[in-house]
Write a protein that binds this ligand. Structure first.
Ligand code: PEP
Length: 236
């Protein structure tokens, strides 16, 4: 069971360090749950320091470039992340796909390079509302998954785009059906993401093919994130 908090573009250096000092207490109350936080690049180091050396909480980046170094303004490479003590990265998040031109191909390149360098990867897939309405969900997921490598350090996050940051959570039926489909195509643990909150976490995390959660908004608040991690521990 993995519960990862995606802080998106929230929590700068100081706030991240203070928040991490709270988060470090979570694993003691959430046995069986791997707890991960994904701060913005500039807050990765502060988060590591706030957590301390023995918290057991993983620190992942929200993105990673596929080259080791080079003329790629605004990008960060896997070796740079490893040097900071970062142990993983999200790739292909729908906000990157929607606003920054991320494609299946570039998400795949990022995942491959990160895995090759020794990082863990959370690779995001998910359909938009229009794609679901047009009954294209399975075709979209199959296309996105085809670009994602198979690897023991890779986890998929199924994040229906219409559920991210909208408060509209997938019903347990929709989530279970999509997770089973993803697992039929890709042998990896599958996290659910999309408006996971303290009041729906237990239901979603107890579905047979849900192996954890990628939590955005609710991971920015300590009591909410802790409650979700504890819900994971109950079903782990
Ligand atoms: C996310 O950022 O991956 C996410 C699922 O966000 P939220 O939980 O806010 O919908």
């Amino acid at each position: 069971m993995l519960v990862a908090g995606n802080w998106k573009m929230f929590k700068g250096h100081h706030q991240a360090r203070e928040f991490a000092a709270q988060i470090r207490r979570i694993p003691a109350h959430a046995q069986g749950v791997d707890v991960v936080v994904c701060p913005p690049f500039v807050s990765l180091d502060a988060t590591r320091h706030g957590l301390g050396d023995d918290s057991g909480v993983g620190v992942y980046a929200q993105n990673v470039h596929w080259e080791l170094e080079g003329a790629f303004t605004g990008e960060v490479s896997a070796p740079m992340l490893l040097e900071l003590g970062v142990t993983g990265a999200i790739v292909g998040h729908s906000e990157r796909r929607q606003h920054f031109g991320e494609t299946d191909e570039t998400a795949g390149l990022r995942a491959e390079a990160a895995l090759e360098a020794g990082l863990h990867v959370i690779a995001c897939v998910g359909e938009t509302a229009a794609e679901r309405e047009a009954e294209e969900t399975e075709a979209v997921l199959a296309r996105q998954l085809a670009a994602i490598p198979r690897h023991e350090r890779l986890v998929i996050a199924y994040e229906p785009v219409w559920a991210i940051g909208t408060g509209k959570t997938a019903t347990p039926e929709i989530a279970q059906e999509a997770h089973a489909f993803v697992k039929s195509l890709h042998e990896a643990p599958v996290l659910y993401g999309g408006s996971v909150k303290p009041d729906n976490a237990a239901t979603l995390l107890s579905l047979p093919d849900v192996d954890g959660a990628l939590v955005g908004g609710a991971s920015l608040d300590f009591p909410s994130f802790e409650t979700i991690c504890r819900a994971g521990a109950e079903v782990a």
